[in-house]
Design a protein around this ligand. Structure first.
Ligand SMILES: Cc1cc2nc3c(=O)[nH]c(=O)nc-3n(C[C@H](O)[C@H](O)[C@H](O)COP(=O)(O)OP(=O)(O)OC[C@H]3O[C@@H](n4cnc5c(N)ncnc54)[C@H](O)[C@@H]3O)c2cc1C
Length: 436
C-alpha cells in the first residue's frame, strides 16, 4: 500500500488525486488536504459567480472524493498545522497543489491607499472568501478602474457593471449583491499597458460585454493596428480582437447608464488622492521593437475612487520547499521538487491557464510518481492515521467530505430564490454548521 498526500483541493489537487487513483487502484490511499473545510479552491472562490456552468466541474471532483481510495481532510493548513517534512514522514509522496492565492503588487506609489485592492481581495469579497468578507470596497464614487488586460480584469469590471437582475441564478454572496445594487459607479476604466493585440482576454468573456443590461463597452478604433494585421493572430485571439473592433464600431447605448472604457497603451505610474484613492496617474505608451510597452512621457489622470489591480498572483512560501523568487512558484522540474515531493497547478506553473490546464499537470505528476514507486510496491508509511494522531495532539479540528456535504446542504437550503447557494463567508460559520 502507498499513501499520498495532495495538499490543496482546487482543480490541480483533484486532477492529481484522480490520476493517482487510476494509477494505483486498491494499492493506493490518497488524502486531499485543504486549509478550509470547503473544497474546490478557485472554483468556489475565484471563478465568477455569474459563470455557474464553469463551477459545475466540481461535480467531477465530487466523484473523485467519493471514490474508495480518496479522502478529504479539511481545515488543515500545511506549513502552519503540519509541516511538509512531517507529511513526508507519513506519506510516500506529497504533492503541493496550493495554488497562488496572493496578489502581485503594482509597485507604484499610492497602491496602499484606501480604495485600492488586488483582484484576489475583490474577487474573494464577492465570492465569499473568509479573508475578505469585511473588505467593504468603496462603491459610492462614480468612477472605478481595473488594471490589467486578462480575464480576471474582465470579471471584476463585469461584476461592477451588472444589475441585481443580472445576478439572478448566480451565487454571488448576499453582502456583495446588496452593496453592488447600491453602487454609484458609472464608469469603469480597464487599463492595459499595451494594445488590443496584446490582451489576454478570451472571446466568450469579451462577447458578454456586448449584452450587459446597463453598461456599454467603449473602445477607441485609433488604438488598433490596420485590419490586415489581425490575420497574423492565432484564431482565438483574432476572435477577441474582432469583438473589440465591433465594440469600437458601436456607439454607446444611450439607454445604458454605465460605461466600460478600454484604455489601451496606458501604464499606471501612481495612485493619488487625499487620504484615499481618487485618481490614477497614467503614462501613455507605445510598443517598442520587441512588443514591450515604452513610455512616451505623456501623462494624464484617470478618476477612480475604487482601483482593482488584476495583474497576477504568487504562491506563498512553505518552510523547507525551494521557492522561485522571480517566478513566484515552487522550484520544480516538470512537477518534481525533490525526492517524493511534487508540485502541480499554479504552485507548479505560476498563475496562468484555465481550469483544464491543470488536468495534464496532475496526470503528468502521477506518472512521475508511479514510475518512481510502481503500483504493487509497498511503503511503510502511516498515512492518514499518523497524520490524524498528530493533528489531534495539536488540537487541530480536521474535517471530512461528509462535513463538507453538511455545509453544502446548509448553504443550498438558505439560498435566495433562483440561486444555487448562499455561501457562509466566515470560517466560524463553517465549523458551527458541522457542530465543531
Ligand atoms: C478570479 C479568477 C477567475 C478565474 N476564472 C476562470 C474561468 O472562468 N475559467 C477557467 O478555466 N479558469 C479560471 N480561473 C483559473 C482557475 O481558477 C485556475 O486555473 C485553477 O483554480 C488553479 O488550480 P490550483 O488547484 O492550482 O489552485 P487553486 O484553485 O487556488 O487551489 C488551491 C487550493 O489549495 C488550498 N491551500 C492553499 N494553501 C494551503 C495550505 N497551506 N494548506 C492546505 N491547503 C492550502 C486552497 O484553499 C485551495 O483550495 C480563474 C482564476 C481566478 C483567480
Amino acid at each position: 500500500m502507498r499513501h499520498f498526500a495532495v495538499v490543496g483541493s482546487g482543480p490541480a489537487g483533484f486532477y492529481t488525486a484522480e490520476a493517482l487513483e487510476k494509477a494505483y487502484g486498491e494499492q493506493g490511499r490518497i488524502d486531499i488536504l485543504d486549509r478550509y473545510p470547503v473544497p474546490y479552491g478557485l472554483i468556489r472562490f475565484g471563478v465568477a459567480p455569474d459563470h455557474q456552468s464553469l463551477k459545475a466541474v466540481s461535480k467531477r471532483y465530487d466523484k473523485v472524493a467519493e471514490s474508495a481510495g480518496v479522502d478529504f481532510i479539511g481545515n488543515v493548513c500545511v506549513g502552519r498545522d503540519v509541516s511538509v517534512a512531517e507529511l513526508l514522514d507519513f506519506y510516500d509522496a506529497v504533492i503541493l497543489a496550493i495554488g497562488a492565492p496572493h496578489d502581485r503588487r503594482l509597485g507604484i506609489p499610492g497602491e496602499d491607499l484606501p480604495g485600492v485592492f488586488g483582484s484576489a481581495q475583490f474577487v474573494g469579497w464577492y465570492n465569499g472568501h473568509p479573508d475578505f468578507a469585511e473588505l467593504d470596497p468603496p462603491l459610492s464614487g462614480t468612477h472605478a478602474a481595473v488594471i490589467g488586460n486578462g480575464n480576471v480584469a474582465l470579471d471584476c469590471a463585469r461584476i461592477l457593471s451588472k444589475t441585481a437582475r443580472e445576478f439572478e441564478g448566480s451565487d454571488i454572496v448576499g453582502h456583495a449583491l446588496e452593496a453592488l445594487d447600491q453602487s454609484a459607479i458609472r464608469t469603469i476604466t480597464i487599463l492595459g499597458r499595451r494594445g488590443p493585440h496584446q490582451i489576454a482576454m478570451t472571446p466568450k468573456e469579451l462577447g458578454e460585454l456586448g449584452h450587459l443590461e446597463a453598461a456599454s463597452p467603449i473602445v477607441d478604433i485609433a488604438d488598433f493596428p490596420p485590419l490586415e494585421a489581425d490575420q497574423a493572430l492565432e484564431p482565438g485571439q483574432r476572435k477577441s480582437i474582432t469583438i473589440l473592433r465591433e465594440f469600437a464600431a458601436t456607439p454607446p447605448d444611450p439607454a445604458k447608464p454605465k460605461r466600460m472604457v478600454f484604455d489601451f497603451f496606458a501604464k499606471p505610474l501612481s495612485i493619488e488622492g487625499d487620504g484615499k484613492a481618487e485618481r490614477i496617474i497614467v503614462e501613455r505608451t507605445e510598443l517598442d521593437e520587441k512588443g514591450a510597452a515604452r513610455g512616451t512621457g505623456e501623462t494624464y489622470g484617470v478618476p477612480a475612487s475604487l482601483v482593482i489591480s488584476a495583474i497576477g498572483y504568487w504562491t506563498p512560501q512553505i518552510e523547507g520547499v525551494p521557492y522561485d523568487e522571480r517566478g513566484t512558484k515552487f522550484v520544480n522540474e516538470g512537477g518534481r521538487i525533490s525526492d517524493r515531493l511534487y508540485a502541480v497547478g499554479w504552485a507548479r506553473r505560476g498563475p496562468t491557464g484555465t481550469i483544464g490546464t491543470n488536468r495534464p499537470d496532475g496526470y503528468e505528476v502521477a506518472d512521475l510518481i508511479a514510475a518512481a514507486m510502481p503500483a504493487g510496491s509497498s511503503g511503510e508509511r502511516a498515512g492518514a492515521e499518523g497524520l490524524k494522531r498528530l493533528l489531534e495532539r495539536r488540537g487541530v479540528i480536521a474535517t471530512d467530505y461528509d462535513d463538507w456535504r453538511k455545509i453544502e446542504q446548509t448553504e443550498t437550503g438558505r439560498a435566495r430564490p433562483g440561486s444555487p447557494r448562499e455561501k457562509f463567508v466566515r470560517h466560524q460559520e463553517w465549523l458551527q454548521t458541522i457542530g465543531r
